[in-house]
Write a protein that binds this ligand. Structure first.
Ligand SMILES: C[S@@+](CC[C@H](N)C(=O)[O-])C[C@H]1O[C@@H](n2cnc3c(N)ncnc32)[C@H](O)[C@@H]1O
Length: 206
């Protein structure tokens, strides 16, 4: 149970919103990565639906990586998918020529956002949702031009706005195609009534 909770970050419902986003903006890529992959719901789904030719997965949690390896074997995707255990891009084996990275990272800059009740406090482990003072986001956005031409990022309207990330951009990066997806997973997932927005971050030069 504990292991499963550490791997559930909302991708099971967010994957449909990623698909809608990819449809809306006519996105299709060859080489893809899901950063902060967890169980890889988003990456496997977009690969299966033909929005990517290949999909690699990165997560800091070794249990997530084990789960991803198992899924790749079960689905016979060894020729299309690889897994890297890594804190952001730190693993030196990560390749540097991705066309696009999809990511649903930990979305809150502190633990307060999920401390509405004892129940949410217990049921959502911080590794899933806390990015203390946006440290991961700062590093990920800064280093991403060395790895990918663009990113499609899911964030949470309760804890951020695109203006939160604008100060992190260099002058070769820009945010575009911001799309709000309003939904209330609370009934299903016992989370706060979250709503997400997705946007593209373009890395203009590599
Ligand atoms: C919001 S969950 C998303 C999981 C999955 N993509 C989904 O949508 O269900 C965030 C994920 O980021 C991973 N993570 C947290 N910090 C990380 C870091 N520094 N580098 C890589 N992955 C990280 C966590 O282990 C967790 O799997």
């Amino acid at each position: 149970m504990e292991r499963d909770l550490l791997l559930e970050g909302g991708g099971n419902f967010l994957k449909d919103y990623f698909k809608k986003y990819f449809e809306k903006y006519n996105l299709k890529f060859n080489k893809g990565m899901e950063m902060c992959a967890g169980k890889g719901y988003i990456g496997f789904y977009l690969l299966e639906k033909g929005y990517f030719e290949t999909m690699d997965f990165v997560d800091i949690n070794p249990d997530a990586c084990e789960y991803l390896e198992d899924t790749i074997k079960k689905r016979n995707l060894q020729n299309k998918c690889r897994v890297y255990q890594s804190d952001c891009f730190d693993n030196k084996n990560i390749e540097t020529n991705y066309d696009n990275i999809v990511v649903n990272p930990p979305n809150c800059p502190n633990e307060w956002y999920f401390y509405e009740s004892e129940e949410t406090k217990i049921s959502v482990p911080p590794l899933i949702y806390v990015d203390k003072d946006w440290q991961f986001h700062k590093k990920f956005i800064k280093e991403s031009p060395n790895y990918a031409k663009s990113l499609v990022m899911a964030e949470c309207i309760v804890s951020s706005h695109t203006s939160t990330f604008e100060p992190m951009l260099t002058d070769t990066q820009k945010i575009k195609d911001v799309k709000m997806f309003l939904f209330s997973p609370a009934q299903e997932h016992n989370f706060l009534p979250l709503s997400s927005y997705l946007f593209t971050l373009e890395n203009d030069i590599r």
